[in-house]
Design a binder for this molecule. Structure first.
Ligand SMILES: [Zn+2]
Length: 687
């Protein structure tokens, strides 16, 4: 059949892809995958060898994966009703197919038998890793369970999917249910113009106020809430908004407490079914941290090192407020923290992010980033002229990536600005996995990077914030992880690594956004061509670590709450849970008067998906430790040092999940990760 979704050529014919082809394409890909699986289960178990089972299973879903990658990518960048309907109709079938694979008893019997075959004993490297990872995947999903327990596990998964969906709907509905309409300008004191203007527009849209008699509407969504908490002079306004946000998930009809208990009980049951003491150990056994206890120790170590600075920052803020208001030094209320911190920041640094924008025109930033990739990793990025290759939208650019020997390692699309049909945020993804092939040749990889960055304004290029510049570097790091992959087993290539390792390649790239030498390659005033003036650079660096201990402690507290919920038996505490958590977290929370509630009833990271970030929130800090530590080699040996860069490619970027991530890290650093570099970067070392 000539269905372009099933066409596996490297240059995807985007203009040919249409919604009505999705169903037949998915049908055909599922049928092909089914037939391939049937081929494996027809084998005599005794004759099952490595190629006939593990490798055959690996290639069984290749066509399905590539087909589905195109479908889901299109829903992210070119959403349309027909496309979404076709995607949503096919999604349950695709995920059901994937879930059933590890529960296929006949398949599992062949894999176990092949694992004993001499062809497996002789395996090395990635192929040995494939056997280990596949068997661990099957076991972790219940392949070894007797039928009645398998059935129970499936039921638990189903309930978890439904309850976590409900939890996340409650948070969304509670967030949307609240709004505040103001009609007195007096209450808007302190709010920046852009915040007032959006509030006025929002009110008009909902039928409040007129052009001559304006009203202002505020909601609990971040862009509306944040300026209020930072700038509103009217304390009663901040208190009202803070209280409403704190109540998300705590009040009927959107109360989540009961769901929290049920979700935790089901996760505990799932862990027990699979022979683990608690959900954290189930999730972490195959991540770098290995166990809940080790992840918790990681947090506690950082906590101990950061706590003195955290307490000092708290006192400093209380004293600052007392000085400003002429009052006594006293505890702040929770709705005062962000407000006084922002005032202190402005007084101390006189630094506004907006001052940097003229120095970051997107084309110059990107060219500088490619130059860094050339110097450090020996890569050459070439943009193909518009029209040379089809893309999904005229704004999308297409690039080829070569190494110094001229090998075509891969290609990628970059799609950087918002469109109505595009989802929010920034992300990297891949469409084709190439890499070394059994016959000794190598196929190029195909990936993409997308974002919702500030768009160009008329003839003026897109001028980015520094945070947006970091975003580009971050996604480019993920992209290199895919494109530089030299892994023979596709499912082990690139970003298919443990959750607490995957952000190392992306976050390490952000370091080049903070060094004078590298900034000088890509930060140039869009009119004058000038570099960032020294004074502005110094203020930017100084402001980077303002209240750094408090920000760190907040992340540590959330991670600790997540682990405590998934390591301790809390599922039947009922309403006592909140007080129990306050007790466990007291050294992590900023002491306020009154105390604020903990966020278990609106913590969507860990409760809006059957697994998601559950027992994994610590990964944010963990990955920061890895990237800060690995970057010390560049700091010491030169941030453009090509020898270190090529070593990073050889030992980390090209390896994917071809070996244990801790082994890869140690191979590059010569030792396990050390927290010191992160503390230094955050201005928190030896305090
Ligand atoms: Zn990332």
């Amino acid at each position: 059949m000539d269905n372009p979704f099933l066409d596996r050529s490297f240059h995807i014919r985007w203009s040919q892809l249409s919604a009505e082809q999705i169903e037949p394409a998915v049908d055909a890909a599922l049928a092909a995958a089914d037939a391939a699986l049937a081929g494996i289960t027809r084998l005599e178990p005794a004759a099952a060898d490595y190629a006939g089972t593990f490798l055959a299973l690996e290639s069984a879903t290749e066509l399905l994966n590539e087909t589905w990658a195109k479908v889901s990518h299109l829903t992210s960048v070119a959403d349309a009703p027909a496309l979404r309907a076709a995607h949503n109709a096919a999604l349950p079938r695709v995920s059901a197919f994937q879930t059933k694979i590890p529960l296929n008893a006949e398949l599992w019997r062949r894999l176990k038998s092949a694992a004993q075959h001499p062809s497996v004993a002789a395996l090395r490297g990635e192929h040995r890793r494939l056997v280990e990872e596949t068997t661990a995947d099957f076991r972790q999903q219940g392949a070894d369970l007797p039928p009645e327990k398998k059935a129970r596990l499936e039921a638990v998964q189903g309930e978890l999917a439904a309850l976590t969906q409900k939890y996340s709907e409650n948070v969304l509905d509670a967030t949307n249910a609240w709004s505040l309409v103001l009609t007195e300008t007096d209450r808007l004191r302190g709010l920046p113009d852009h915040a007032r203007e959006s509030a006025r527009q929002a009110a008009l849209k909902k039928g409040h106020g007129t052009e001559t008699q304006p009203a202002w509407l505020f909601t609990l969504h971040q862009p509306s809430l944040e300026p209020v908490m930072l700038y509103a002079e009217d304390e009663s306004l901040r208190r009202e908004v803070w209280q409403a946000a704190a109540d998300i998930g705590r009040r009927a009809p959107h109360a989540n407490l009961e769901l929290v208990q049920k979700i935790l009980a089901l996760r505990q049951e799932k862990a027990a079914l699979l022979g683990q003491p608690h959900f954290a150990d189930l999730v972490l056994s195959r991540r770098m941290a290995r166990s809940g206890a080790q992840a918790r120790t990681f947090l506690e170590d950082l906590h101990r090192l950061v706590r003195p600075a955290f307490l000092r920052e708290g006192r400093e803020l209380e004293e600052f407020k007392a000085r400003q208001t002429g009052g006594q030094v006293a505890r702040l209320a929770p709705w005062e923290l962000a407000y006084w911190a922002e005032k202190l920041r402005r007084e101390r640094y006189d630094f506004d992010e907006e001052q940097l924008r003229p120095y970051f025109p997107l084309p110059v930033v990107q060219a500088g980033m490619f130059e860094i990739a050339r110097r450090v990793f020996g890569l050459r990025v070439t943009e193909l002229p518009a029209g040379a290759v089809e893309t999904w939208h005229p704004e999308v650019k297409y690039y080829e990536l070569h190494d110094e020997a001229g090998r075509h390692l891969g290609s990628f699309y970059a799609d950087w600005h918002p469109r109505e049909s595009k989802r929010g945020g920034a992300w990297m993804n891949y469409l084709i996995t190439g890499g070394p092939r059994a016959d000794g040749t190598r196929a190029p990889h195909l990936g993409l990077i997308c974002g919702n960055l500030t768009p160009p304004n008329g003839a003026q290029p897109a001028l980015l914030t520094h945070r947006e510049v970091e975003t580009i570097f971050h996604e480019f790091g993920h992209l290199l992880h895919h494109l530089l992959g030299e892994v023979e087993v596709k499912s082990l290539n690139g970003v298919n690594v443990a959750w607490d390792f995957v952000e190392l390649p992306s976050q390490i790239m952000e370091n080049w956004c903070w060094e004078r030498e590298s900034l000088d390659l890509f930060a140039r005033h869009h009119v004058t061509g000038e570099l960032i003036p020294p004074g502005l650079f110094e203020r930017m660096i100084a402001a980077r670590n303002f209240r750094s201990a408090s920000a760190t402690m907040r992340q540590l507290g959330l991670a600790r709450l997540d682990l405590d919920l998934h390591m301790e038996r809390v599922e039947s505490m009922g309403p006592d849970l909140a007080a129990w958590l306050q007790g466990r977290l007291q050294d992590y929370l900023t002491v306020t008067e009154p105390a604020g509630p903990t966020i278990e009833n609106r913590f969507t990271h860990i409760f809006s998906d059957p697994v998601g970030y559950a027992a994994g929130y610590y990964s944010y800090k963990w990955a920061e430790v890895l990237d800060a530590d690995a970057f010390t080699r560049f700091k010491r040996e030169g941030i453009f040092n090509g020898a270190v860069g090529r070593e990073f490619v050889k030992k980390i970027l090209s390896r994917g999940n071809g070996a244990d991530p801790m082994a890869l890290f140690i191979d590059f650093m010569g030792r396990p990760p050390d927290q010191q570099a992160l503390l230094e970067r955050a201005g928190l070392a030896s305090l």
